[in-house]
Design a binder for this molecule. Structure first.
Ligand SMILES: Cc1cc2nc3c(=O)[nH]c(=O)nc-3n(C[C@H](O)[C@H](O)[C@H](O)COP(=O)(O)OP(=O)(O)OC[C@H]3O[C@@H](n4cnc5c(N)ncnc54)[C@H](O)[C@@H]3O)c2cc1C
Length: 151
């Protein structure tokens, strides 16, 4: 199914969108419709409930046609949703994970800074608690989906 989607719906216009340095706006909603954005998230959290081998196969098929779409899977599913699944409270899962797994909202993951990539201990950004909120100060770069991710 993923191979057919990538071949028929992504491949024909990939050069056109690459030249514009933009992403076809129809693609993310379509990936959501196909269940890809929550492929390995449990059904009870709005996902498809497949295993990590399936996530790998989906990534292979997307990468075959458009590396960008595999990056979407790595960031939205791998770094963001799976972190929520593993470490989030039940309230965080209901608020953030369920809409992400259904593909109603997109997640990003902001680690990299000009002086910190692999070496995460060099991160300069701070998160300071002020009452009920955290104040974040810092600057990130190379954050996939940064312009598309939801609050
Ligand atoms: C397509 C794409 C999408 C990305 N999306 C995101 C994103 O969504 N969110 C995000 O936070 N970041 C993102 N990044 C950034 C990416 O995570 C960083 O580039 C990565 O962490 C590497 O960090 P760096 O570029 O600072 O390189 P460095 O950490 O400086 O590494 C440079 C080189 O040194 C080597 N090296 C590093 N440390 C060691 C060590 N201890 N021993 C031996 N060799 C070492 C590395 O293997 C590499 O060859 C993205 C990058 C790309 C290319």
């Amino acid at each position: 199914m993923v191979r057919e989607f990538a071949q028929k719906e992504v491949y024909p216009t990939i050069k056109e969108w690459d030249r514009k340095q933009e992403m076809n706006p129809a693609i993310l909603p379509r990936m959501a419709e196909l269940g890809l954005l929550g492929i390995c998230i449990p059904v009870r959290y709005g996902g498809q409930g497949y295993d990590y081998i399936t996530l790998g196969l989906v990534c292979e098929e997307l990468e075959r046609v458009d590396s960008t779409l595999r990056v979407v899977m790595s960031v939205h599913v791998g770094l963001n949703s799976l972190a929520l699944l593993q470490w989030g409270t039940e309230a965080q899962k209901q608020k953030f994970l369920v809409p992400q797994a259904r593909g109603e909202k997109y997640g990003a993951f902001g680690l990299t800074e000009s002086g910190a990539g692999s070496d995460v201990a060099s991160i300069q950004t701070t998160a300071k608690r002020h009452g009920d909120i955290y104040v974040l100060n810092g600057e990130k770069m190379w954050i996939s989906l940064a312009t598309k991710a939801h609050n």
